[in-house]
Design a protein around this ligand. Sequence first.
Ligand code: FES
Ligand code: FES
Length: 155
Amino acid sequence: MAITITVNGTARTLDVEPEMPLLWALREVLGLTGTKFGCGISACGACTVHLDGRAVRSCVLPISAADGKTVTTIEGLAQDGTLHKVQQAWIAHQVPQCGYCQSGMIMAVAELLTRTPAPTDEEIDAGVTNICRCGTFARVRAAIHAAAGTEGATS
Ligand code: FES
Ligand code: FES
């Protein structure tokens, strides 16, 4: 089945089975390996990408559901050579440890800040449910507040 998706600004036509998970298409067909496989059951968020601007867990999303839509992966988050403000905050706060969960975490946070530019701690907890085995959650929270400009605010 021919599927057409726009990935990081480029239209791509893929001849794949319609039930192939979007994550597989990104990693195995398009070679975009920045998006990671963690659990495969929509539990961890390592595979998070944006589908028409919304964060989705690509391990459980059939490629057919992305037909005609726009996908952004971690490789496409920076624009014109400038890192996204979330990526900049991640560097400043030295968030990653092993790094495995971090591309999905960053994509989830980038979408949260689009929907909720100045999130409270409660909104962060509700909006970013990604799992990090290295336990970077405190640094993630601090970096989110830095990227949102709410550093030091009580919420
Ligand atoms: S790999 Fe998709 S949610 Fe864990
Ligand atoms: S930084 Fe290692 S799993 Fe999150």
